[in-house]
Design a protein around this ligand. Structure first.
Ligand code: TMP
Length: 204
C-alpha cells in the first residue's frame, strides 16, 4: 500500500511550503501518483472559504467552524477519493493548524476542537506530519521579506509564540505521527531532514 496522507505544518514564515513540491517530485520519481493540496482550500467551496477566512474579521469560534467546514468538503471531495484511488496526498496544513492557531493562538477550547476533529474526520489522520519548527522572530523576518501579510500574519509575535507552543503540544500528544523538522538552517539542510524523515518510513 503506497497511498499515504502527509501534511506540512508550522508557523507562518517557517518555510514549510517550499518543501511540498520537492517532496511530491521525490515520491513521483519512485513511481507513485501524488496530489498536492492545501488547507484551508483544495476544493472550489473550500477555496472560497479560505479567501474570506484570510480577509474578514471574525471571532475564534467562527474561525474554527469555517476551517472545519472547508476541511469537511476537502476530505469528501478530494482527499478521501484520492487515497481510495491509491494516490498519495500532500497537504499544506491540516487539523494540527487548527489546534495550534485557534486552540493555542486564540485560546479556543482544546477539547471542543478534539470533538470537531472526530466529528468531521471520523478516524482519518495523516500518516505523517512534518512540523517545521522555527523561532517566531526568525519567521517574522522571513515573512517580511517574502510577501505582504494576510489577516493571520498580521498577528504579533506573542501570538506566533503561542501557536508554536500549540504545535509542540500536538507533537507531544502524537509523537509517532508528527516529526519535528528544525527549520532554522538553509533550505538544503531543511530538505535533507524531510528526505530522511520520509525515507526512514520505508513507504516508497
Ligand atoms: P498558509 O499561509 O499556510 O496557506 O495558511 C493560511 C493561514 O491560515 C495561516 O496563517 C494559518 C491559518 N490557518 C488557521 O488559522 N487554522 C487552520 O485550521 C488552517 C488550516 C490554517
Amino acid at each position: 500500500m503506497s497511498a499515504r496522507f502527509i501534511t506540512f505544518e508550522g508557523i507562518d514564515g517557517a518555510g514549510k511550503s517550499s518543501h511540498v513540491e520537492p517532496l511530491a517530485h521525490w515520491i513521483r520519481a519512485r513511481g507513485h501518483t501524488v496530489i498536492v493540496t492545501r488547507e484551508p482550500g483544495g476544493t472550489p467551496l473550500a477555496e472560497q472559504l479560505r479567501e474570506r477566512f484570510l480577509r474578514d474579521d471574525m471571532d475564534a469560534l467562527t474561525e474554527c467552524l469555517l476551517v472545519f467546514a472547508a476541511r469537511r468538503d476537502h476530505l469528501r471531495r478530494r482527499i478521501e477519493p484520492a487515497l481510495a484511488a491509491g494516490h498519495t496526498v500532500l497537504c499544506d496544513r491540516f487539523t494540527d493548524a487548527t489546534f495550534a492557531y485557534q486552540g493555542a493562538g486564540r485560546g479556543f477550547d482544546w477539547n471542543v476542537l478534539a470533538q470537531l476533529e472526530r466529528w468531521v474526520q471520523g478516524g482519518r489522520q495523516p500518516d505523517l506530519t512534518l512540523w517545521f519548527d522555527l523561532e517566531p522572530a526568525e519567521a517574522a523576518t522571513r515573512r517580511a521579506a517574502a510577501r505582504p501579510p494576510d489577516r493571520l500574519e498580521r498577528q504579533d509575535e506573542a501570538f506566533f509564540a503561542r501557536v508554536r507552543e500549540g504545535y509542540a503540544r500536538r507533537h507531544a500528544e502524537h509523537p509517532q505521527r508528527i516529526a519535528r523538522i528544525d527549520a532554522r538552517g538553509p533550505e538544503p539542510s531543511v530538505w535533507a531532514q524531510v528526505e530522511q524523515e520520509v525515507g526512514r518510513r520505508g513507504w516508497w
